[in-house]
Every structure is written in structure tokens, then in C-alpha cells.
Design a protein around this ligand. Structure first.
Ligand SMILES: Cc1cc2nc3c(=O)[nH]c(=O)nc-3n(C[C@H](O)[C@H](O)[C@H](O)COP(=O)(O)OP(=O)(O)OC[C@H]3O[C@@H](n4cnc5c(N)ncnc54)[C@H](O)[C@@H]3O)c2cc1C
Length: 498
């Protein structure tokens, strides 16, 4: 059972569990509804394993018509619904609710159309991120956003979280690579947004839906843009005696007008954990390691590699190693991509934070994080998308030691507040979910949050889709419509705060 404050479970719905499971079986077939306690256990949490909740019942639809029928039934009966892709969210986005149907989209696993001419691929939302690239790689194409979880996470989840990855600095995050969506709204209506073309008329609803964390509708089809793989890609490892030097090097590479295909940084604890796990050949005697990848025509890559090397040396790089083969380049990345599980080997539990800061604040933020680490008595390993200032501090703790989870949560909250203080934002690419929900007021005023909830109300007036996520206060939509905040005094002070 989660310790988080979540919307109060509806006793009436809990009492109707058997009847609800039967209704769902009539829609998707007997074997695609799970309501036995043993069967429900694997769905209790997502990638944010600190929080758990057994769902009311799990339904696994296979097509859009079944999703429509489920949502029509649930909205007509006042039953909450939590959409789920592969369950790798690190912000608790797909954490179940005790009185909600968990709508698992993993059977939507077909690639519907590959259109090389228009450089577009249409897939069902349960297809994994990596399988889109796998489907087009033989013709020299790929799908650019590459979360480290790409072997498992679904493209529907990527859309809902607006996910990023190491190559997003140059090629953009999910929102820059999605062309079209089919979605089912809470009342069962199907809408189609965008298509294979690059722009659509009217409001940019595609952008609104990307990053909507399962609160506005259920994605049932996704059309993505694919890119031609670059002629060459090579990576260089740069090791520094301090993270300040590494941070300065990042700033100077960007200032020189170079946009690397990827630019990632790791601090000493992360380097050691990754090296012990993957043997990527990382130096152990540096405080910060940069992986910089250049891609494009061979001549350009060779020229830019030289420039990056010079900038590195000018910033006291004590270790420089350029990949000499595709295998070596892949090995450089293998360490970085396995950094989360690598930290999982050295600590019983870890809490992965996700905040974004202006690049120039990096040294100061890392310094403060080290101080906080000493204060809380918890190790922190840092892995981050250095080019775009997206930090992923991994706070190590042991959930079996009383008080350590609470200390990790407080440490994490301090880090995220620090990101906002230095001019950054609470989220990078993992979404708000339940993890950052209660910190939203550190970033947004009450008026901002109410405006955002009005958008939610326009799509889901009864707040049945993934409630308890993203918003720290669940306003009733009818009240939001006539809400007036006078001198900062909130009307309806009795509204539940989570
Ligand atoms: C080891 C590891 C590494 C990671 N690395 C990265 C990284 O580099 N970059 C990054 O951005 N993220 C990363 N993540 C986080 C996670 O993989 C992404 O957020 C991913 O997009 C989640 O996809 P999923 O299919 O697992 O979605 P889920 O976890 O199942 O759901 C995530 C959210 O999407 C909603 N959702 C899912 N499917 C649908 C749908 N069809 N329609 C509507 N809403 C839906 C859910 O309600 C929930 O709010 C990492 C996670 C792990 C465990």
C-alpha cells in the first residue's frame, strides 16, 4: 500500500469489483481481464518502485474499439481508469489506484505502416521504442528519441511522458518527432490529430497531448518521423579532475556552435558503478566523464572531433579517448545506458530524480548536491544529459532501514527545489506523476495550476483518467469554471490536497 496521499477510493466502486470485472470480460474476453490477487501483483507499481498499490482490476484491450467500449463503460459508471504502457515510468505515472481499472496497452504491439517515402512509421502504442528503429534499420533509418529504457518502454508511454534520450540534444524529444496520434477520449470518442505531414491546422493539440501523462485520453495509434541514419558517428570520452571543468567544457562546446549528437556526463560514483558493471573502459581516476558523440558526414565528424578534443584539453581534460570502431562507440554508450541498473547493483534501492537547470548552473548545483548528500548521509550518483542541462541524480538508500526512504524523498525534493531556484524546472523527461506532484507549487502559482486543470476538465470533466497524478489539488471542474482567487485566498479550502 502506498504512503502517498491519493484520491479517496470510492467504496461503491470497490464493492462492485466482481461486476466490473465481468463487464470488462464481456468487452475484451475472459483471458484478458486480471482480477485474481496473484495476477494483480506484477502491476502494483511502475519504475518508481517506492510506491505500490494493487489495482481494482486489470484489462488488456487489443484494439481501439475495445478501448472505446471500456472507456464508455467506465465513464458511464463513474469508474476511474489508469492507462499503462510498459510500466517503466520513473515518476509513478502508471501507479494504480485501488478503485481504478488499470488499462494495460501492451497488446497493442503491431507496426501498422512503414512509409519510407514520407519518412513516417505508424505503430500501435504498445510497440517498444527500440522496435521502431529495428523495423526500419535495414533501410538505414531510425527513430531518434532514445530513452535508456528503449528496449522496454512503449511508444505510447513515450508520448504520454514526452520522453527524451541521449540523442535528443540534436534531434529533439518525443514532441519533435511525433507526427500524428489516434486517441480515445474518456467518453469513448475517437480523435485523430496530425498525420504524416509536419504541421496541422488549428490549435496544436498534438503538442498538448504529448506529455499529458495519461490524463487527457488514451493513445491508440502513433505516427512518428524517422530519420536517415548518419553516415558516420564517433564518440570521444573526456575525463576531468572536477565536474566544474567538465561543466565548463560542455558550455564551451555549445558556445563554439557545435551541437553534438549526444553529450552526457557522469560523476565519479556513477563512473565507477557503470565501469564495474559494463567494463566500458571508463577511467576511474577522474571526477567527471563526458561522452560526446559527433555524427554526420565523415569529414565533418573528423573536424568536429578535433575541435571537441581541443576544447576538452583547454578545460584540463586529463583523459581523452576517441572511439576507433563502431563496437567501441557502442561500448562507450553501453556504460552510460546501463548507469541506472549499475547503481542498482551498489545500493539496495535508488531514487532517480529528474530536473533541468541552465547549463551554467551545473557546477554550483553539483556542489550543493554534494553538501546535501553529506547532510542526509545518502550517496548520490549523477548521470545527466549535459547538453540540455537535464540532471538525473540517483539517490542511494535502503528501504529496509527505517527512515531512509523518507530521507531520500526529502533529499530529492531539495534537489528539485534547487533546480527551480537556479532558474531551471522540476521535470526533464520523466514527467510529474506522483513523484513531483506535491512540488508543483514550487514552480507554478495556484492560478497557473488551476489554468492547467481547466485543460484537464475540458477533456475529462469527471476527472476519471489517472486522477491523483500531476496536480497537487484535485479541483472539481464545475468549481474551476467559476473560480475566482481574491488576494491569494483560495475558495473551497475543503478541496482534497494530496
Ligand atoms: C532504467 C530506466 C531508464 C530510463 N531512461 C529514460 C530516459 O533516458 N529518458 C526518458 O525520458 N525516460 C526514461 N525512463 C522512464 C520511462 O522509461 C519513460 O517515461 C517511458 O516513456 C515510459 O513508457 P512506458 O511504456 O513504460 O509507460 P508507463 O510507465 O506504463 O506509463 C507512463 C505514463 O504514460 C501513460 N500512458 C502509457 N501508455 C499510454 C497510452 N497508450 N495512452 C495514454 N497514456 C499512456 C501512463 O498513464 C503514465 O502516466 C527510464 C526508465 C527506466 C526504468
Amino acid at each position: 500500500m502506498t504512503r502517498l496521499a491519493m484520491p479517496k477510493a470510492d467504496e461503491g466502486v470497490l464493492a462492485r469489483r466482481g461486476e466490473i470485472a465481468e463487464a470488462l470480460r464481456a468487452i475484451v474476453g475472459t483471458e484478458w481481464v486480471v482480477d485474481h490477487p496473484d495476477g494483480l501483483r506484477p502491476f502494483e507499481s511502475d519504475g518508481l518502485t517506492a510506491y505500490r498499490q494493487t489495482p481494482l482490476v486489470v484489462a488488456l484491450p487489443e484494439n481501439t474499439a475495445e478501448v472505446q467500449a471500456i472507456l464508455r463503460y467506465c465513464s458511464g459508471s463513474g469508474i476511474r481508469v489508469v492507462p499503462r504502457g510498459s510500466g517503466t515510468s520513473l515518476s509513478g505515472g502508471s501507479l494504480p489506484l485501488a478503485d481504478a481499472v488499470l488499462l494495460v496497452m501492451s497488446r497493442f504491439n503491431r507496426i501498422l505502416e512503414i512509409d519510407f517515402e514520407n519518412r513516417a512509421v505508424t505503430v500501435q502504442p504498445g510497440v517498444t521504442n527500440l522496435n521502431i528503429t529495428n523495423a526500419v534499420a535495414d533501410r538505414g533509418f531510425y527513430y531518434a528519441p532514445d530513452p535508456s529504457s528503449q528496449i522496454a518502454c512503449s511508444i505510447g508511454g513515450n508520448v504520454a511522458e514526452n520522453s527524451g534520450g541521449v540523442h535528443c540534444l540534436k534531434y529533439g524529444i518525443t514532441t519533435n518527432n511525433i507526427l500524428g496520434l489516434e486517441m480515445v477520449l474518456v467518453d469513448g470518442e475517437v480523435i485523430r490529430l496530425g498525420g504524416k505531414h509536419l504541421d496541422a491546422e488549428g490549435y496544436d493539440l498534438l503538442a498538448l497531448m504529448t506529455g499529458s501523462e495519461g490524463l487527457l485520453g488514451v493513445v491508440t495509434e502513433v505516427t512518428v518521423r524517422i530519420l536517415q541514419a548518419p553516415e558516420t558517428a564517433r564518440a570521444v570520452l573526456l575525463g576531468f579532475p572536477s565536474s566544474e571543468d567538465g561543466g565548463q567544457c560542455v558550455a564551451e562546446i555549445i558556445a563554439a556552435g557545435i551541437i553534438p549528437g549526444g553529450m552526457e556526463m557522469m560523476d565519479r560514483p556513477a563512473i565507477h558503478a557503470a565501469e564495474d558493471y559494463v567494463r566500458a573502459g571508463y577511467p576511474r581516476d577522474v571526477e567527471a566523464l563526458l561522452i560526446v558523440e559527433l555524427d554526420g558526414p565523415k569529414g565533418e565528424v573528423d573536424f568536429l572531433l578535433d575541435r571537441v578534443e581541443q576544447i576538452g584539453r583547454a578545460n584540463r581534460a586529463s583523459y581523452v579517448r576517441v572511439s576507433q570502431s563502431e563496437t567501441e562507440r557502442q561500448l562507450f554508450w553501453a556504460g552510460r545506458k546501463a548507469a541506472f541498473p549499475a547503481v542498482g547493483r551498489i545500493s539496495p534501492d535508488y531514487y532517480c530524480m529528474d530536473g533541468t537547470i541552465p547549463r551554467k548552473a551545473l557546477p554550483a548545483v553539483l556542489h550543493r548536491m554534494r553538501e546535501l548528500s553529506g547532510q542526509y548521509g545518502l550517496l548520490v550518483a549523477n548521470v545527466f544529459h549535459a547538453g540540455d542541462g537535464n540532471l538525473h541524480p540517483l539517490i542511494c538508500y535502503d528501504a529496509n532501514k527505517p527512515g531512509e526512504l523518507e530521507a531520500a524523498e526529502a533529499f530529492g525534493a531539495d534537489i528539485l527545489r534547487l533546480c527551480v531556484e537556479v532558474g531551471g524546472v522540476l521535470t526533464g523527461e520523466h514527467g510529474v506523476g506522483v513523484e513531483k506532484r506535491d512540488l508543483m507549487p514550487a514552480m507554478f502559482s495556484e492560478t497557473d495550476l488551476m489554468q492547467q486543470q481547466r485543460v484537464k476538465c475540458a477533456f475529462d470533466p469527471d476527472q476519471l483518467l489517472n486522477p491523483g497524478k500531476v496536480f497537487p489539488v484535485l479541483h472539481r471542474c464545475a468549481e474551476l469554471g467559476r473560480m475566482h482567487v481574491h488576494r491569494g485566498q483560495m475558495p473551497f479550502p475543503d478541496l482534497p490536497r494530496f
